[in-house]
Design a binder for this molecule. Structure first.
Ligand code: C2G
Length: 129
């Protein structure tokens, strides 16, 4: 069974997120999503609208997602890949090259980001109404 992992905040879940989750799942058999905790979001200088628990619950309802684990820090990826027996690491290409150190442990693929949508765009446009 080919296990895939991806990481992110996934706040205000939108079709750009669904595009990468679908493609990531299509590249294997089992998709793990490591979702940023509220504390880690602070480290990423991100303020999520939904709490970790609610973002986790929403992701668990997505057909492409098989398991959701917490992302607590920048350092956990190698451990996660080993602990969960991950074969493939996938991220949007806004992260291209950032996680190439994982190539020692698994396949690393950066997928094209979906243009025209983002959580910050949603927030900005709603705040202008
Ligand atoms: N994404 C995408 N297209 C968009 C928006 C997001 O493909 N229009 C992808 C991002 O490239 C990322 C994933 O969806 O792979 C989740 O995006 P975010 O929730 O913004 O995650 P981010 O803050 O980039 O956190 O350790 C990695 C970090 O946790 C990534």
């Amino acid at each position: 069974m080919k296990k895939v992992i991806t990481y992110g905040t996934f706040d205000l879940l939108h079709w750009g997120h669904i595009n990468i989750l679908r493609r990531a799942k299509e590249m294997g058999d089992y998709l793990i999503v490591a979702i940023s905790t509220d504390e880690f979001n602070r480290i990423k200088h991100k303020e999520a609208y939904h709490s970790y628990e609610n973002r986790k619950m929403i992701l668990e309802a997505v057909r492409y997602v098989d398991e959701v684990i917490p992302e607590n820090d920048w350092e956990q990826k190698v451990k996660d890949v080993q602990k969960y027996g991950v074969d493939l690491f996938v991220m949007g290409d806004d992260w291209k090259g950032e996680f190439d150190f994982l190539k020692e442990y698994c396949e690393v693929v950066y997928l094209e980001r979906t243009e025209g949508i983002s959580t910050s765009q949603i927030k900005n446009e709603l705040s202008e109404t």
